[in-house]
Design a protein around this ligand. Structure first.
Ligand code: ADP
Ligand code: ZN
Ligand code: ZN
Length: 798
């Protein structure tokens, strides 16, 4: 048999398939297997993407060296997907194949030098043991190693190393029958108390053995040494068995919550989806439901339907709303059959959850973006919650959108895909308008509560509380009033840190990152000025670094500063802050939300992290400290993002018995994105924004591709960008719009200058091929320090 392998070699010819002969002794090579292959003088990792009887190649094929995993990590479906996706997102197939695996499974292997001859075994280099070649750096030693290899005194072996190891636990297996143990018990000396105790436990609980060590020690109340001596005596056999690390062990569900009867609107939506599940149709639904309308309940019912059909379900949620609340809900409904995948898990947990899925031990997978590659088979339903979220698009290579991948998988599995949102992306909503997706609507809150009353506070004409210009008297009074009535408050400011730039009033100097064209943010708690892009830091200056004047000001407000102001204005309030800085540590996110849920704090202050998915019944006031933070960024979808964020955060108020109120502070109360967010009027926003997009030739009226050229030398980036533009102009339709090249909005990042070309088109048969050619020639110019990135349907056009 012959294996077709995609080999993990750096860029260039990576998408070529290489053929290898499968030696008889290597059993179990399947499509999706991870293997090691000889490649020139090297030995590399690769993935088997095909098997065949014969090869067209005339010469002698080399042999596969080894198969890495017991079970092929990738399913045939994922192998097929990798080819189509690489083509769609202008990436290489090997990049996609690796992106499909949990990080711990991506290429970890060491080269081990093992002595073979008797002479070598005695050498001081080995001292009897193999050595890791990466430890050998000395030139003399390297020459010596070469000689050993040449004379066949030593050989190289490849040790595949997964950083996350399989976790094991000792299991004790009984070796005798019950009567035999009774005999042993009776023969024991009177003073062998512990041993008698252990035997008595075995005899009494004979049916339940084997037990894990933990339980055995606890149940029989003996220590490890008693167990060890029992093993020595032959009463037990000790065996290490694999156990899973369970990230959900804390969420053992609340079975009482199980039965929620759907209301009419929810039931109607479900009735539309069910036939597609039962009849295995790859139909796409857009579930447009206002915040609190009970979309989650519709998803869960639909998942049950898929399970009843003997099929499995995949549910994607944005990282940010993968809250303990959400996980608990799914777990309560489907128990042990659920696996979760997200970045909050430890590598070990992720590895175990992933293997449970691969082994077919779970039926429901809930996860963030990359979970769209979960090796789940027999999928009967895919759900994407908050489908408008920009985090579904990966910003780095491979630049895929989870929604596109989900559409592909729904076709492959013949199953429906449900996209849910209170504020669907314009793209999805436009497709629903055209009938490509089926539109389902939930127009009222599930518990018949009205949407909260939303008021805009015009910051141009207000009185501010305290000495700063951040919190209006009206907002502070409303907070106090809510707290007086024992309600809780959510405050959002989509900017972390204390102040977002330092300005010298003497010379006008603004402190910028030396690597990026961005101002440094002041972080008072760590005493640092930080670049939020590259992580560069330096101490907060006491005077202007440029003119040494002491007249420096820290302007622009971040969450840390608001926290300080709240402390001064409402000293009795307990405030929890949630932003990137307070949630870096594993588990901190859950801790903050649990604390707020248990009413250990009155105010939850945070960035957009707190805007989505949270369901706290006691929240009666939501305040937006500055609605304008994302409004004037130079991006065609700034209005859409602003509308979404405000609508989502407003939806956090008044979700249960207590009525809710929302106050939005803004300098732009007339802006349509803000005005329509006030009335939560998605339909009108959609209509208005579509006209804006039409006038500006923007998506969804046009498809877009963004080509960026980066280099340390600005003129090189510019020159290459112009070359690419000429090539595009020569080959594309006259109706296609080619904008640029222009320096990107942030012209320099991590010391690289960026030039961008934006292609807007309606239909271009040659574009895909042309871009692949550009991508291939980009490999040639890498050596001159030029990088070309192609982003199909970018989320952000800088
Ligand atoms: P969405 O995701 O649409 O914002 P959720 O799914 O979070 O809304 O539901 C909002 C609240 O309504 C939740 O507390 C949920 O338990 C409750 N809920 C959902 N469906 C029903 C129903 N049919 N009857 C009563 N309460 C419901
Ligand atoms: Zn100065
Ligand atoms: Zn920087």
């Amino acid at each position: 048999m012959i294996a077709q392998v995609i080999v993990d070699i750096a860029a260039k010819q990576t998408d070529r398939i290489f053929e290898y002969h499968i030696p008889d002794e290597l059993g179990g090579v399947e499509i999706g297997s991870r293997v090691f292959v000889p490649f020139g003088p090297r030995k590399l990792q690769g993935f088997v993407v095909g098997l065949s009887e014969k090869s067209k190649y005339k010469g002698k094929l080399k042999d596969l060296l080894l198969v890495v995993d017991e079970m092929p990590p990738l399913t045939p479906e994922l192998v097929k997907l990798s080819a189509d996706l690489a083509n769609h997102v202008f990436s290489y197939r090997i990049t996609i194949l690796k992106a499909m695996l949990p990080r711990v499974m991506r290429a970890n292997y060491r080269k081990i030098l093992t002595p073979v001859s008797a002479k070598a075994k005695k050498m001081p280099l080995f001292q009897g043991d193999p050595v890791d070649l990466s430890d050998i750096t000395d030139v003399k030693q390297v020459t010596f190693v070469r000689k050993l290899l040449r004379n066949a005194d030593a050989k190289i072996e490849y040790l595949v190393e997964n950083r996350a190891k399989v976790k094991t636990q000792n299991q004790y297996l009984l070796t005798e029958d019950k009567a035999e143990y009774v005999k042993i018990y009776n023969a024991l000396r009177q003073n062998a108390v512990k041993q008698k105790q252990l035997l008595m436990d075995i005899i009494e609980n004979y049916q339940q053995y084997p037990k894990f060590q933990d339980n055995l020690e606890r149940d029989a109340q003996v220590n490890t040494s008693t167990l060890t001596s029992a093993v020595k005596k032959g009463w037990f056999k000790k065996k290490a068995v694999e156990v899973y690390r369970d990230p959900l062990s804390g969420f053992n569900g609340d079975p009482k919550k199980k039965a929620i009867t759907l209301n009419d609107q929810q039931q109607n939506a479900l009735n539309e989806i069910t036939p597609a599940i039962n009849e295995r149709k790859a139909q796409i639904f857009l579930l447009e439901g206002i915040t609190g309308s009970g979309k989650t309940e519709v998803y869960l019912h639909a998942i049950s339907k898929a399970l009843k059909q003997g099929r499995n379900a995949l549910m994607l949620v944005p990282e940010i709303s993968l809250t303990p609340q959400m996980v608990r809900q799914v777990k309560a409904r489907f128990g042990e059959q659920v696996a979760v995948l997200h970045s909050g898990l430890s590598e070990g947990e992720l590895y175990d959850e992933w293997r449970r899925i691969r082994r077919g031990e779970v039926r429901v997978v809930v996860g963030a973006r990359s979970a769209v590659f979960a090796p789940l088979t027999n999928i009967g339903l895919i759900v994407i919650d908050e489908e408008h979220e920009s985090s579904y698009k990966q910003e780095d290579n491979p630049r895929y959108h989870a929604r596109d991948v989900a559409i592909w998988r729904s076709k492959y599995n013949h199953c429906p895909l449900v996209l849910g949102s209170a504020t669907p992306s314009l793209d999805s909503r436009a497709r629903a308008q055209k009938g490509v997706y089926k539109l389902l609507r939930l127009t009222k809150r599930a518990n018949n509560k009205k949407l909260p009353e939303v008021k805009l506070i015009d910051l141009k004409h207000v009185q501010f509380a305290g000495s700063q210009f951040d919190l209006s008297v009206e907002l502070v009074d409303a907070i106090k009033e809510s707290l007086a009535k024992k309600g809780q408050v959510i405050l959002m400011l989509n900017r972390r840190g204390f102040a977002n730039f330092m300005l010298c009033r003497e010379c006008g100097y603004v402190m910028k990152c030396p690597n990026c064209d961005l101002s440094l943010t002041m972080h008072k708690d760590t005493g640092e000025m930080q670049c939020h892009y590259c992580g560069y830091t330096e101490p907060i200056p006491k005077c202007c670094p440029n003119c040494h004047s002491s007249q420096i000001r820290f302007l622009g407000t971040g969450t840390q500063k608001v926290q300080e102001e709240l402390l001064q204005l409402i000293p009795t309030a307990k405030v929890l802050r949630m932003d990137v800085d307070t949630t870096r540590r594993k588990g901190s996110y859950k801790r903050i939300l649990d604390a707020f849920g248990n009413h250990e704090a009155d105010i939850l202050l945070g960035t957009q992290m707190i805007a989505k998915g949270l369901d706290f019944p006691n929240v009666t006031l939501v305040g937006v400290i500055n609605a304008d933070t994302g409004l004037w960024v130079p991006d065609y979808n700034a209005s859409e993002r602003t509308f979404e964020l405000l609508t989502q955060v407003a939806g956090r108020a008044g979700r249960a018995e207590k009525t809710g109120k929302v106050l939005i502070q803004t300098y732009n109360p007339e802006h349509y994105a803000i005005k329509l967010a006030q009335t939560q009027d998605y339909e009108r926003f959609y209509g208005y924004e579509m006209r804006v997009r039409h006038a500006g030739n923007y998506p969804p009226y046009f498809y877009t591709v963004l080509i960026s050229v980066a280099s340390k030398k600005e003129q090189n980036a510019a020159r290459e960008a112009f070359t690419i533009k000429r090539r595009l102009q020569q080959n594309l339709h006259a109706s296609t719009i080619i904008l640029g090249p222009t320096p990107s909005a942030i012209a320099r990042l991590k010391n690289q200058y960026y030039y961008q070309i934006l292609v807007k088109y309606k239909s271009e048969d040659n574009l895909n091929k042309l871009l692949h050619q550009i991508q291939d020639s980009a490999q040639e110019i890498k050596k001159y320090g030029l990088n070309v990135y192609i982003d199909n349907e970018p989320e952000r056009i800088m």
